[in-house]
Design a protein around this ligand. Structure first.
Ligand code: SF4
Length: 331
């Protein structure tokens, strides 16, 4: 392992300043993904800026809903009374992720920043455009491995069926983020130039020609909090995660579904999928289709077929073309 600096900061301004001083700086919170990446030399940092002392670990009720600090632990959020009562979809998704020990360490901001679990990304002797960007060239001797995509022609059982590119077909690994996408959270971000707010849908991105970029954060920006607006989905929302074993496994496919109902009529619908794309996969066309319909299995089957428009398998992951609509119907 290469030596690196470690600094602990106590204000967001000092965090941003410390981060800006070194090109290879990373913010360290729970470390449940970052430390693995450093150990395996997928990331070779110059500096880790420990932000655990920043005052960003509170959950507050606000006039529009709920504000959740970026350093709130996943387990704290999952068990919070207001979350369980008004945003049970989020609680279900959080508890579907990782293991109890990891949820006790992992933070909300870190969960949003976690990297794909594509096995080629973690194995530095294998080609990977995300770990070793194309502009670096296909030099097999560069420290973090050659460019290319091992998964496109390789073992791609866990990979994307929506939104992939010829450069990368990795999937986003979080469960929490799938629920936050369905609930239309907003993200508050701080940089040296000030604070900005973006919709959750605009936080993660598709790979395109730059798969090394997982999200739209600018260099040195820090996630401060997320906000959830009050809604009428609590009675009719669910998270279904299909995986190889019942705990401590990433989703093959997951579905976060929320319906606002009046009798049997759907007033509003939200649907986001996990395990199928480089970002939480929202399905606005399916949500529009469901609005005003009477809830029934037949309608949900039709919605699930509509959801599959544009889906594409890469061989080993072809089973997701069948599993995904079934997961939507079940949810
Ligand atoms: Fe790398 Fe993406 Fe290809 Fe996986 S799918 S090997 S992360 S470029």
């Amino acid at each position: 392992m290469n030596p690196f600096q470690y600094v602990r900061v106590s204000s967001s301004q000092s965090a941003l300043t410390a981060h800006a001083k070194e090109k290879g700086s990373y913010f360290l919170a729970g470390g449940t993904n970052l430390i693995d990446l450093v150990k395996r030399e997928v990331i070779v940092p110059e500096k880790l800026v420990d932000i655990n002392k920043l005052p960003m670990a509170t959950i507050e009720e606000i006039s529009t809903g709920l504000r959740i600090g970026a350093l709130v632990k996943n387990s704290t959020l999952a068990e919070h009374e207001v979350v369980k009562k008004h945003f049970p979809l989020l609680s279900l998704a959080l508890n579907a992720g990782a293991s109890a020990q990891l949820r006790n360490m992992a933070t909300v901001g870190g969960n949003m920043m976690q990297r794909t679990r594509c096995s080629y990304f973690y194995e530095t002797s294998m080609p990977c455009n995300k770990r070793s960007p194309l502009e670096a060239g296909p030099d097999k001797n560069q420290p973090n491995g050659p460019s290319g995509c091992g998964a496109l022609e390789g073992v791609n059982r866990m990979h994307a069926i929506f939104g992939g590119s010829s450069k990368c077909i990795a999937v986003h690994p979080s469960d929490m983020c799938i629920a936050l996408a369905a609930l239309e959270a907003t993200v508050q971000i701080q940089g040296l130039k000030g604070v900005r707010t973006i919709s959750f849908a605009d936080f993660h991105r598709l790979p395109g020609d730059t798969p090394q970029k997982d999200n739209t954060l600018q260099p040195g920006e820090l996630i401060v909090s997320i906000e959830l607006s009050s809604n009428d989905f609590a009675q009719h929302s669910h998270y279904v995660k299909v995986r190889d074993r019942s705990s401590y496994a990433f989703a093959l496919v997951s579905a976060a579904v929320a319906l606002e109902m009046k009798g049997k009529t759907i007033q509003q619908a939200r649907l986001a999928l996990g395990g199928v794309a480089h970002k939480p996969w929202r399905l606005p066309q399916v949500e529009s289709f469901l609005r005003g319909k009477t809830a029934s299995e037949a309608v949900f089957k039709e919605a699930a077929q509509l959801a599959m428009q544009g889906a594409k398998g890469y061989g080993h992951n072809d089973f997701k073309l069948t599993l995904t609509p079934q997961t939507i119907i079940q949810a």
